[in-house]
Design a protein around this ligand. Structure first.
Ligand code: CP
Ligand code: NVA
Length: 306
């Protein structure tokens, strides 16, 4: 079998990315057609960080595709501590057919991939969260139609979710406005590379420190936590830096009337998103969560498909 991995959306062409989202949509509509796709196979979930949605989606998703699923508790494996990553990778390659990893450092998943003879899925690293974005693209397709025709405002930390969102939009030709505190901007060379990709695909990327400007006329408002997993101890300091980067009623008013509000979850109410917006009529966060399952299944099918 030709080994495929799902590590970064950067690996995808526009055509491939659209196909993957369409596959997720098809699996959502006709789950039975895929119920034995991974029959007799085994998917292992090796997570260094907590997870509700990603764990459930890949675990259940594997089972719904006919595979067996194993979840390894972070404390049980202590990847890289109890045993070197390359040894864990080569050992699991003897038993499993697909590995889904959530690591603190992106470098660690790359190390695992280097030694693995089975396909590897990125279930989140400090750098990227591509499986989340497949679910989000499905959600956007269902609620807003063509990506090229909408304007999405991401307000908050330029983190793993934001980076994968940028990757996807730069490939698809989407229009993305990011508002983040200046000290949290990605490195200028990364932003320049991104801008070049957006230009190539006919999309647009605007990065500023003004949530109001970003939200003006937006179809979609998206946010994520101010302190990602592994940075929780910085929250006091981050609360100060990010205090003006909350999606609240004032920001909502700047967006189009029929805007939708997205959050990958878990959410911290009244930090990055006000309670009223989180619970309000525009919020689609639980549809996003629901779509994680269909997206996870599509990723497993994609990765296994020859
Ligand atoms: N959105 C997301 O990845 O959630 P979990 O961290 O709970 O998996
Ligand atoms: N940026 C968040 C996403 C959680 C799904 C984190 O890395 O903790």
């Amino acid at each position: 079998m030709n080994k495929k991995n799902f590590i970064t959306l950067k690996d995808f062409s526009k055509h491939q990315l659209i196909d993957l989202v369409n596959l997720a949509e098809e699996i959502k509509s006709y789950p039975q057609d895929f119920s034995s796709f991974l029959s007799g196979k085994h998917v292992g979930l090796l997570f260094q960080k907590p997870s509700l949605r990603t764990k459930t989606s890949f675990y259940l998703g594997a089972q719904q595709l006919g595979a067996g699923a194993i979840y390894y508790d972070p404390e049980e494996i202590r990847l890289g501590q109890r045993e070197e990553i390359r040894d864990v990778s080569r050992t699991l390659s003897q038993y499993l057919d697909i590995a889904v990893l959530r690591t603190f450092f992106h470098q660690d998943i790359l190390e695992f991939v280097r030694f693995s003879s089975i396909p590897v899925v990125n279930g989140l690293t400090d750098l990227l969260h591509p499986s989340q974005i497949i679910a989000d693209l499905l959600t956007l397709k269902e609620l807003k139609g063509r990506i090229e025709e909408i304007k999405v405002a991401y307000i908050g930390d330029m983190n793993n979710v934001c980076s994968s969102l940028m990757n996807a939009f730069s490939i698809l030709g989407g229009n993305l406005r990011i508002a983040a505190p200046r000290q949290c901007f990605l490195k200028p060379e990364i932003i320049s590379q991104m801008e070049a990709k957006f230009n190539e695909s006919g999309g647009s990327l605007v990065i500023s420190s003004s949530p109001e400007e970003a939200a003006e006329g937006a179809d979609v408002l998206y946010t994520d936590v101010w302190a990602s997993m592994g940075k929780e101890q910085e929250i006091k300091q981050r609360e100060k830096i990010f205090k003006n980067f909350q999606i609240n009623d004032k920001i909502l008013k700047k967006a189009k009337k029929d805007n939708i509000v997205m959050h990958c979850l878990p959410a911290h109410r009244n930090q990055e998103i006000s309670d009223s917006v989180f619970e309000g009529d525009n919020s689609v966060v639980f549809l996003q969560a629901a779509n994680r399952l269909h997206a996870a299944k599509a990723i497993l099918v994609f990765i296994w498909d020859k």
